[in-house]
Ligand binder design. Structure first.
Ligand code: ADP
Ligand code: MG
Length: 347
């Protein structure tokens, strides 16, 4: 009907509300993998196994050995805005878990077939909940949780059409696990595709994990950032930047290794990308992209992670200080002394 026609205002049915919301969280199989691995890590898992069929389009299973979900809470875990991770605004401001919005499982269940099987440590056996039928059945498994997601976008064919080839979707899924792997060396990760083990990152120390994930070539052509002491005026930020910066000579035409984490969370942040880029200004010309791995630690109340449903964007309360600290840390590693003298750092 023409848009000028007045039509009654109505509240949308719950199912449609969930499907609309799911659009923000679930874009492709890799978004599901990301959310499920977030949950596994939040549950204290030491081993996370991801099993994909057809690039995750047909099926995604994520298994963990975390603390599990009690049978009585399985259905609640699938409800929108139901979470065990925060209970108040105060909690939100200091949030240390990957999740806190209570949206992912509800979103995934609204655009795919989903089942959860879980066994808390003290339980006699695991229980599986099928989201569609609501049926609960006892199953065999050790402590932890397995979440199965099948036929992604089966009910939303418009979305399904945007999916790329299985190989491309698989690559994105592996990327999603890689982002976790880089920041959680204390957790082992494995990715299976169509019954084949395609990636395995065993538990280990941080340096070994970075080498495992990014390769010997990256280690050989990058320099470690000296964790900067907080400069003048940034003490209350508890700001600390660490990681590795790729040597300019090794920069690729496109930056394949560009990873930034804020308080353990992978982010894509224009401010930080700009700060890094400006550190390379004098040493890197043209469109070549440096490789880098940055871990930024900052007092949780100085950063807002609740900016976007996927939490890949963050907002800093002290963007100027963060920009400066990142730029200096990278410049220092690259041996560019321009801004790195003691006076500048206020030492
Ligand atoms: P959020 O992670 O934001 O809390 P989710 O929809 O991803 O929201 O998950 C809802 C809840 O289900 C979580 O708060 C958690 O209590 C529980 N949960 C989900 N996945 C797992 C898991 N792998 N292990 C233990 N608990 C889980
Ligand atoms: Mg979650």
């Amino acid at each position: 009907p023409p848009s000028s026609l007045r039509r009654p205002i109505r509240e949308l049915p719950a199912e449609l509300i969930s499907q609309i919301a799911a659009g923000e969280v679930v874009e492709r199989p890799a978004s599901v993998v990301r959310e499920l691995v977030d949950n596994a890590v939040d549950a204290g898992a030491t081993q996370v196994t991801v099993r994909l069929v057809s690039g995750g389009v047909r099926s995604i299973v994520v298994e963990d050995d975390g603390h599990g979900i009690d049978e009585s809470e399985l259905a609640l875990a699938l409800r929108r805005h139901a979470t065990s991770k925060i209970a108040s605004l105060d909690d939100l401001e200091g949030v240390a878990t990957m999740g806190f919005r209570g949206e992912a499982l509800a979103a995934i269940a609204s655009v795919a077939e989903l089942a959860i099987a879980s066994r808390p440590a003290q339980a006699a056996h695991a229980v599986r909940l099928d989201a569609r039928s609501g049926e609960l059945t006892p199953v065999a498994r050790g402590t932890g949780t397995s979440i199965e997601v099948r036929e992604l976008f089966f009910s939303t064919p418009a979305r399904r059409k945007f999916l790329k080839s299985d190989a491309t979707e698989l690559a994105h899924c592996v990327d999603a696990v890689r982002r976790h792997a880089l920041v959680r060396p204390d957790v082992g990760f494995a990715v299976w595709s169509d019954g084949r083990l395609v990636q395995r990152w065993p538990r280990g120390d941080a340096a070994a994990r970075v080498r495992d994930v990014l390769g010997d070539a990256f280690i050989a052509t990058s320099r470690e950032l000296a964790a900067l002491p907080a400069g003048a005026g940034t003490g209350h930020l508890q700001l600390r930047v660490s990681g590795r910066a790729g040597e300019p000579a090794a920069a690729k035409a496109h930056g394949d290794h560009q990873y930034v984490y804020v308080n353990g969370r992978f982010v894509r942040d224009k401010l930080i990308a700009h700060a890094v880029r400006s550190a390379y200004d004098d040493v890197l010309h043209g469109a070549r992209q440096p490789a880098y791995l940055l871990f930024i630690e900052i007092a949780p109340e100085r950063v807002d992670v609740n900016v976007h449903p996927t939490k890949v964007e963050v907002r800093f309360r002290d963007s100027r200080e963060v920009h400066q600290a990142v730029r200096r840390a990278v410049e220092q590693a690259l041996g560019n002394a321009r801004f790195a003298d003691a006076a500048e750092r206020g030492l």
